[in-house]
Design a binder for this molecule. Structure first.
Ligand SMILES: [Zn+2]
Length: 276
């Protein structure tokens, strides 16, 4: 199950023979094979070869890749022997998943935030109180949000082009809200940071002060249907006891916006030229 979770970060998916998929933080490699059913599958990842000091990456062929995360540090052992590792495929008929139609209580507030390009993702980090969510009476403070592309979770086996994680913390636990996007109309919030992402893709900067950012503008939720399960952080140390809420409502983001997000991770501008 752990290996399955790690593999989901670089899942092969059916694509046109001329198309490729990319995964953040990875080296520009492409492997294509024909599997049962005759379809062409590709897994493409982009990362800077020069970044040798990174602690981990998403390259399945690397000794710092997802299949080896649990061996890199003793404190990352849950990455290889945890029992509730994320991400997972969300299905209504799986016992582990509760399909809920009641609301989750969000009490967000606009607050100052920075935009950061890290080795692994693009993150909005609030520097003051941005509000909280309530789950079963426990208050979790919103800390940051970041994007993964392609999505980490799948729903009924379908992988999406982009996934947003809103990360919240209580005194001793973590709760993450996941939102999935498919390619379509541009996302309103991403439109406001395109210039910043372009600078990050060009390695001109890796942090920008955004001013006041409303978390509700990023989430853009109008539905309260979600999957709820108890999982883990999806990156080392892969800590468990993370309450996941993945909304079934999907957002859209423009193709160029998704390419820009990928290129801005680790300033790998070469990703801008790649199809996905
Ligand atoms: Zn995440």
């Amino acid at each position: 199950m752990v290996v399955e979770a790690r593999l989901r970060r670089c899942q092969r998916r059916r694509v046109d023979a001329s198309a490729v998929t990319e995964e953040e933080g990875g080296r520009a490699v492409m492997e294509t094979s024909t599997e049962e059913g005759g379809g062409a599958y590709a897994c493409k990842v982009c990362y800077s070869d020069t970044n040798s000091d990174e602690e981990y990456n998403y390259d399945l062929l690397s000794n710092k890749g997802p299949l080896n995360w649990g061996n890199i540090k003793e404190e990352w052992h849950l990455c290889k022997n945890g029992t509730r590792q994320s991400p997972i495929n969300l299905q209504e008929n799986r016992a582990i998943v509760v399909f809920n139609s009641s609301g989750i209580q969000r009490n967000y507030r606009p607050a100052n935030a920075n935009l950061l390009s890290t080795d692994h993702d693009i993150m909005v980090n609030w520097t003051e109180n941005a509000g909280y969510i309530l789950i079963n009476g426990t208050q979790y403070q919103l800390v940051q949000c970041h994007w993964h592309s392609p999505s980490e979770h799948t729903i009924n086996g379908i992988r999406y082009d982009l996934e947003l994680h809103l990360v919240h913390r209580s005194l001793n636990a973590v709760a993450v809200i996941g939102l999935l996007y498919h390619t379509g109309n541009p996302d309103q919030f991403l439109s406001t940071i395109e210039d910043d992402l372009t600078l990050m893709a060009a390695n001109i900067t890796n942090v920008t002060h955004l001013g006041i950012v409303d978390p509700e503008q990023i989430a853009g939720l109008t539905s309260n249907k979600y999957f709820r399960y108890n999982g883990s952080l999806t990156t080392p140390p892969c800590s468990e006891n993370v309450t996941w809420t993945v909304f079934t409502q999907q957002k859209t983001a423009g193709r160029e916006q998704i390419k820009l997000l990928r290129a801005a991770v680790n300033g790998d501008v070469s990703c801008l030229n790649l199809a996905y």
